[in-house]
Design a binder for this molecule. Sequence first.
Ligand SMILES: N[C@@H](CCC(=O)N[C@@H](CS)C(=O)NCC(=O)O)C(=O)O
Length: 215
Amino acid sequence: MILVATEYCPFCMRCILALEEKGIKYELSLVNLAKKAEFPELLSPYERVPVLKHDGKSIWESSVICEYLEDICPNPSLLPTDPWKRANARFWIDFCNTRFMPTYFNLLKSSKGSKREILRNDLLDHLGFMNTAGLSKWDHSSPYWMGKQVSLADFAFYPFFERFADVEEYRGIEISSELKNLQNWIETMRNHPAIGLVSRPRSHYVEYFRNYYAD
Ligand SMILES: N[C@@H](CCC(=O)N[C@@H](CS)C(=O)NCC(=O)O)C(=O)O
């Protein structure tokens, strides 16, 4: 199994986390997207990575790749067994893909001005919603997004909190100390074994993203 990926890609990180958590043997093929015209066969139909190559077939889109990994390797499971909880995990993955992530990247790409302020407030609203609607139902003995077990919902969101220094440092976003559930979840994830394999210090992201996002 080969995962075609690129550095600093939160979507690729989701797949790496699922592969690592499941203990699946894979090869990581890192590509340089600046030269993507040279390897169209390695990209998705949308000309993106990650792409998973397995048994001569290709699978695209990080959320789909993660569900595929769940299908071919159900143990350890990264989705709850209860159908409602399973649906709930998928709701949060959808929220991450359709609300949280676009706001996050639009804020980073925005130039100074009122549009940036709107996006800043939108991202803060999303963080509040995640804190109260997503994470408030669990206590400290159930610290992951869906409870006691890490799941694909954790792996959908975490890559954005791994690099959160970019919105903090360059767009003035702060996770309020009142968002205790979110703070606890971030702490839990930072201590999760698979995260140790992909994480870098905050200062690394501040430096790396300076060229892209500093005004
Ligand atoms: N919805 C896709 C998004 C993947 C994506 O946007 N990947 C970026 C890298 S982080 C990419 O391949 N961009 C193509 C480019 O920069 O040319 C997924 O979840 O896999």
